[in-house]
Design a protein around this ligand. Structure first.
Ligand code: GLY
Ligand code: MN
Ligand code: MN
Length: 458
């Protein structure tokens, strides 16, 4: 597969060309030509005439750089050439007075490389005609029911138009299978955006640690994160931040962020800034009063050691399940040392099929999530994670998180009281390089000493 190189053509045109080449290479010849049809994210109403904060669709952005709501991208991939057709909101002086600039079809051609562009309202009439002559429609099937309906109507419309004479689509393929392998390899431009996201994220985590003291609300730390992210040039959070104090740290996706932090709490912050559409994903856990208790420190050091081993294993050729296994065994060994589990660490960590078909391990009681995911435009970024048989082997240019944790649930009566309610996660963002890896988030305080020095402004 050809990985985009943005020096020879504009950033987005190179990606369209790479996708087209990959489609020609991967789709059987009898199923070509193909049309990639991607519907951008719509705006969602929050209440009355107020919308939720808008975030453009990652795939549409990746291929065009276009950030307006609702755009539809059609990339017709023919044997010798590809053609970009875009459907966008029309120019509208009245609407632009209220909600700002729209590129319109002319702008889509002039500034975003569309060969043709039309107002969105013409989509249902024009899309079937665009699909005539193609044999496969490549879409994000199943992502949004509304978009599926639009695409299926056009797929069926093309059959009607061409059934007596001509070629019409008879195959549907998923775009994620074809675009994922491209998105998975970050180019220099993408890595520089991730570095900027990391810089803003580091500022946010440091500010939140410095502002933490007993009696302060989780919300104040959330405000510190947001202020530092935006001040550093980030556009928004890459996902809803988790500011979880005390027992809330044991809720994996806690996002309420309203509790008053108490002396003796640990505070777990999982937050990442989004810069140039790319997001960081970082977790740090620290004591609210600036000093770990003995039990907190013991758990923290187990997670830190598991993360060290996982990072050491992150290099070209390694797989995420392998890194997960190393992490799990280290966590289990640590829990055995602390007396929280009993037995052989490898066995405690290994998932075994249960009668109900699920897979479980004794360690899951303390570590219910996995260690890594890909990172980029999306916090849980495009795969593939496996090819159906084997897990994806890491390659230079891929970016993954390494995020072990341990959570002793507050109501776990088998757990000694001193440990109950302790939740620790440590998460870094890692670029795989030809010689191993680069930990992009290594500068954010993480050792016991660095954490204790950073909390409450030192
Ligand atoms: N912030 C979500 C995650 O760590 O996967
Ligand atoms: Mn993560
Ligand atoms: Mn995270």
């Amino acid at each position: 597969m050809r990985v985009p190189n943005e020096t020879d053509l504009s950033l987005f045109a190179v990606r369209r060309q790479a996708l087209a080449e990959y489609v020609r290479d991967q789709v059987p010849e009898a199923e070509q030509p193909c049309a990639v049809v991607l519907c951008g994210t719509p705006e969602y109403l929050r209440n009355s005439d107020v919308e939720h904060a808008y975030r453009p669709d990652s795939d549409v952005y990746y291929l065009t750089g276009f950030e307006e709501p609702d755009a539809v991208l059609v990339l017709v991939v023919e044997p010798e050439q590809e053609r970009l057709v875009m459907f966008v909101r029309p120019k509208d002086k009245e609407r632009e007075l209220w909600t700002g600039y729209r590129a319109g079809p002319e702008g889509a051609k002039r500034d975003y490389g569309a060969d043709e562009a039309f107002p969105l309202a013409t989509l249902s009439g024009r899309l079937p005609k665009l699909l005539v002559g193609t044999r496969t429609v490549i879409g994000a099937w199943g992502r949004r029911a509304d978009d599926d309906q639009k695409l299926i109507a056009a797929y069926e419309g093309a059959r009607h138009k061409a059934r007596k004479r001509g070629v019409f689509p008879t195959v549907m393929r998923d775009v994620r299978e074809l675009l994922g392998p491209l998105r998975q390899h970050k180019t220099a431009d993408e890595v520089s955006r991730l570095r900027a996201a990391v810089q803003a994220t580091a500022a946010g985590h440091r500010a939140a640690m410095a502002a933490c003291r007993p009696g302060v609300s989780e919300h104040v730390l959330y405000a510190q994160l947001t202020s530092a992210f935006l001040s550093a040039g980030a556009k928004r959070h890459g996902y809803s931040p988790i500011v979880a104090s005390g027992p809330n740290a044991c809720v994996l996706h806690y996002v309420d962020n309203q509790r008053t932090i108490e002396a003796g709490d640990l505070v777990l912050i999982d937050a990442g800034a989004e810069y140039g559409m790319y997001t960081a994903d970082v977790t740090r856990t620290f004591p609210a009063s600036g000093r770990f208790t003995e039990a907190q420190r013991a758990v923290y050091e187990v997670v830190l050691e598991a993360q060290r081993l996982a990072l050491e294993a992150t290099r070209p050729g390694a797989t995420l399940p392998e890194i997960d296994r190393i992490t799990r065994e280290a966590l289990a060994a640590g829990l055995v040392k602390l007396g929280l589990l009993d037995g052989d660490p490898a066995k405690l960590a290994k998932k075994v099929k249960q009668e109900d078909g699920t897979e479980k391990a004794p360690l899951d009681r303390f570590y219910p999530h996995s260690t890594s995911h890909f990172l980029g435009l999306d916090v849980h970024d495009a795969g593939p994670y496996h090819d159906g048989t084997d897990p994806t082997a890491l390659q230079p240019g891929m970016v993954v998180t390494i995020e072990p944790g341990l959570y002793c649930q507050p109501d776990d009566e088998q757990c000694p009281a001193a440990y109950r309610g302790i939740g620790v996660r440590i998460e870094d963002d890692v670029l795989v390089t030809s010689s191993g890896h680069e930990n992009l988030t290594a500068d954010i305080p993480k050792s016991v000493e660095a954490i204790e020095a950073a909390v409450g402004g030192g």
